[in-house]
Design a protein around this ligand. Structure first.
Ligand code: KIV
Length: 303
């Protein structure tokens, strides 16, 4: 048991202070932000507590990314996480959010082999976990699928550039769009996804010059990760920015806090306290009432 009930007042207290901010982030609002040239703020989250912090702080978008396969489950890449597992994490995040837009990432294998399955899985995210949109990786080869999911009334965010589900084809996590041919391909993919109905595009691991061109060419917002500052918004993996990972970060990661370091120190102190029997103290213990203590003393004497 842990006391972590939801107080709606507290949740909206922060964002409510700014009259300009809407009380609920929607897909049309993200498009409006692009036209107003106001940056879109996004981050990944995979659990109730961290998603609640993200929401209370007032970020626009929470993505339950398939990066959870790596940072939550310890896999080497994103490929192993299943649809059912993604649904479990997304439900926890759903319970935490009141304002931010909740986007669920379609995991590897949930849409590549069969478009019907892709549409059915997108529906599962909305119906079974409360996601408000889905994200999927790939370029123009996904346009029919995107169209069909959008026709099913589910907003789709595309994801091009460095697409982690293609790690084996790419031969590792490498910056994409560096040759003339690759630049043309990426621009074509971006336009195809916009035409198919995507409401936004993640641009991952591409040169900032290319991200800028794509951002200018599209009416829908681009959300960059390792794509420079000229995108319409930015997203980071929460564990990267909080130093909850165990290897040197990629170039584009900014460490905003050393949560891992703080937890390590706290855990070491806890271990020392338990071993020295200084935790819990008397003040941290429950007590019988004075009457009960006296009754027990009498009972002990009688025995
Ligand atoms: O899975 C993920 O976290 C992502 C973001 C990096 C965009 O796809």
């Amino acid at each position: 048991m842990s006391l972590t009930t939801f107080s709606r007042e507290r949740a909206v207290a922060h964002v409510g202070r700014d009259a300009d901010l809407p009380s609920k982030i929607t897909v049309p609002y993200l498009l409006e932000k692009k036209s107003l040239q106001r940056p879109i703020t996004a981050v990944t989250a995979y659990d109730y507590a961290s998603a609640r912090l993200v929401d209370e702080v007032g970020l626009d978008v929470v993505l339950v990314g398939d990066s959870l396969a790596m940072v939550m489950q310890g896999h080497e890449n994103t490929l192993a996480v299943t649809m059912d597992e993604m649904l479990v994490y997304t439900r926890g995040v759903r319970r935490a959010l009141r304002r931010a837009l909740l986007i669920a990432d379609m995991p590897f294998g949930s849409y590549q082999a069969d478009e019907n399955l892709g549409v059915a899985n997108a529906v599962r995210f909305v119906k079974e976990s409360g996601a408000e949109a889905v994200k999927l990786e790939g370029g123009r080869e996904r346009k029919d699928l995107v169209r069909r999911i959008v026709d099913a009334e589910i907003p789709v965010m595309g994801h091009i550039g460095l697409t982690p589900q293609s790690v084996h084809r790419m031969g590792g996590y490498k910056v994409q769009g560096k040759t003339m041919e690759a630049i043309d391909e990426l621009r074509t993919d971006a336009r195809a996804l916009e035409d198919a109905g995507c409401f936004a595009l993640v641009l991952e691991g591409v040169p900032r010059e290319l991200a800028r061109i794509v951002t200018e060419e599209l009416d829908i917002p681009t959300i960059g990760i390792g794509a420079g500052p000229d995108c319409d918004g930015q997203i980071l993996v929460l564990h990267d920015m909080m130093t909850m990972t165990f290897s040197p970060p990629a170039k584009f990661v900014r460490r905003y806090a050393d949560v891992g370091g703080v937890m390590r120190e706290a855990l070491e102190e806890y271990r020392r306290d338990v071993e020295a029997r200084t935790f819990p103290s008397d003040a941290e213990s429950y007590h019988l009432s004075r009457e009960m203590r006296e009754l027990m003393a009498v009972a002990a004497e009688v025995r």
